[in-house]
Every structure is written in C-alpha cells, then in structure tokens.
Write a protein that binds this ligand. Sequence first.
Ligand code: ADP
Ligand code: MG
Length: 408
Amino acid sequence: MTDATGVPVAALGKKTVRDIDVSGKRVLVRADLNAPLREADGRVVVSDDARIAASVPTIELLRERGAKVIVCSHLGRPKDRDPKLSLAPVAERLGELLGTDLPLAPGLIGPEVEAMVAQLTDGDVLLLENSRYEAGETKNDPALAEQLAKLADIYVDDAFGACHRAHVTTEGVTHFVGTSVAGLLLEREVTTLRGIVESPEHPLVVVLGGAKVSDKVAVIDSFLKVADAILIGGAMCFSFFTAQGHATGNSLVEQEGIELARKALADAEQSGCRLVLPIDLKLGREFSADTEVQELDGVDVPDGWMGLDVGRKTYEAYAAEVKAARTAFWNGPMGAFELAPFAEGTRYVAQAFAEAPGVTVVGGGDSAAAIAEFGYADDVTHLSTGGGAALELIEGKLLPGVEALNDV
Ligand code: ADP
Ligand code: MG
C-alpha cells in the first residue's frame, strides 16, 4: 500500500485524531517539542524548529474542530526545575507558527494549571511546562499520570520522538483517560517507517553510518531480510574492517561491534541482500578540523592515522545506488561530518537522497541534523523527527506510546 506521495505505508491499527469528535472537549496533546536551543544576546532561543513545526498540523486540526487544546512535552534532561530548560522559548515559537498568543502554564499539574485549563474556550491552546520538571515523568509514576489525566477528556499522542519510552506523558496517562488516539505526525511516522520494512518498492537501498555497530545491528538484521543492499559508512565500518582482518590505525573501533560485524557479514552471505563496505577513505591524524589530511585508496589505515570519512569512490558509488533505488532509507552520517574536512561523504549522500527520484526516507538523529544543515530537508520524501524511535520501529520493536492507544 502507498500513500498519495508514493510512500509505502503500513496500517497503524490505532484510532487517530481524525476518527473522534473533539468539539468542546479538553484534549491533552503530547507533542515532541524537544527542540535544540541556543543563547543569543543573553536569551535562550530555539535554534531549529523542525520538531515544533511538525507538531502544528495536529494542534491546528484540533483547534479547527473546536477542542480546548492542552499541549505538553519534555525538553532536554533537566535536573530539578532548571530554568534554562523551560519551554518558554518553545511557547514563543509555537505561538508564532500557530498565529496565536500561546500561554505557558507554570507546571504540568497542580491547582494553577487546573485553573488555566478551566479558563480555556473552544479553539484555545495552552502549553504546559517541561514534563521532566516532574520527577515522576520518566518513572511513569501512576499518581502523576492520574493527576495529569484530570486535565483532559481525550489524550492525543503526537510525540513520535518520545513514543519508544513508557513515561507518564507518553504512556502512563492513557490508563486514566477514556480515549487515547494518535496524532497526525505520529500516524505518518509509524505508517511510513513500518511501510519501508513491510512493503517497500524494490530495489530498497539502505545507507547506514554513525558511531557504533551495536546501535545499528538490529536495524541491519531487519534490513538483511528485506533490502536489496545495505551500504555501510561512518565509524562503524571499522568494526567490520577489523572483523575482515584489515588494519584500522587509530580509527574509532567499537570492540563490542567486531563480533556483531562478523555475524552480520555471515548473515549477509545467507541473505538476498548485499552488505557493502567502503573501498576508500579520508584520513586525519586526529579528530579535529585542522588536522593533517590524507586520502587513502583502499581501507588499510596506516599507523598514526584515523579514518574520518569515506572516500570519493565510495560516496560516488553509494550515491549512484541511492539514485537507482525505488526506495532508499538513510540513518547515520558517513563520517565525522561536524568537522569540515570530513563532511564530504555525508554531504554527497545527503545530496543523493535529495535528488533521487524514488521514495527517500531519512531516520532522525545526526543524519536528520546533517540533511537539515546541508539544506536538503524539504527534498526528501520523509524526514523522521525521531532517532531512537525510528530505529526501534525498524527493528520491529513495539513502541509503548503507540501500543497504549485505542485500537480501531
Ligand atoms: P545517528 O544519530 O544518525 O544515529 P550516530 O549518533 O550513531 O548517528 O553517529 C553520529 C556520530 O558518529 C557523529 O558525531 C560523527 O562524528 C561520528 N562519526 C561518524 N563517522 C566517524 C568516524 N569515521 N570517526 C569518528 N567518528 C565518526
Ligand atoms: Mg546520534
């Protein structure tokens, strides 16, 4: 099954915000407003509003349909009530995007919050303060969940980036409200990412990079069953090269990853999927932007050097595979892209995803940051807002925030 843009989609199996009557009801929306912040002129401001913008359609739909909308989210990992992690800058940005003044309640629960909710009229929106200011949030404390649930008649989960965690605002609260449904973003993320593994158009080409094999090994396992090729880059290729007996110099080698890499190579032999490794590299003396640089035709890294990016032959080959695919999925940078001399492989792959004629899906995390930084965010079919959640979904794991919703 595909949607209007040709993206393969899998059934959600859960009620969504479109299926229910919300008029005049108090609706608690769990959004993922966990946006990166920076300080400018002594003020904290949002530095990338992609997640905030992605949360807008569900909130707008609810307002149009006459709900009293109460939005909650976590932000960072605050110790106690660290004022630097207040949702105030997010309230400002979300208010701008919604075209309305968006009040921020002083907490997640309590009499003041209840009074503000009682003031809401149909179509109004209120944002609750950082859910992780409450110690019970990440412990999924039922007492906190019950208090939070008192604020609303209906719960909408739209926080894809947080739905792999069973916390009060993503899971616990559903035990105390009558109706719990998926928001538009959550629905799109889950159906698209599941669709990639369940019913992709072939050839399906998967590009995996990043730091560690252990982070991605379950994703490799999943794709070995369904993809036509998995192209490996990033530091994780050095665990594969070690397993194959190549020299790795001072490259970052995850020791635990070597055995996993050996097994993945063996599994690939038995599968219908090609597992492809780099054939050339870009080396540096150390992990630094002004280090001495050398190109290596081959993958045996000499002593005193470390592999920090894939080489030209490799990224050109990977880009060609991506462009020839009907479906392409990417997670994890090809090199240490934060360092300008080693960003080329990641940039080239990002550009291939932007230009590819097939369906292109990019997982969250650092690859999403990279594609945004290179200016290609709008040129892929789907850019996931969730890093860990996207990977767990592809691994075939059940996501607690999704499982807790009402079935269709
Ligand atoms: P993602 O968040 O997309 O899943 P990861 O967090 O696994 O990706 O990996 C991203 C990190 O991997 C980046 O900080 C990048 O610098 C690092 N990295 C990638 N390739 C290399 C390399 N060859 N050597 C050292 N670090 C690398
Ligand atoms: Mg990361």
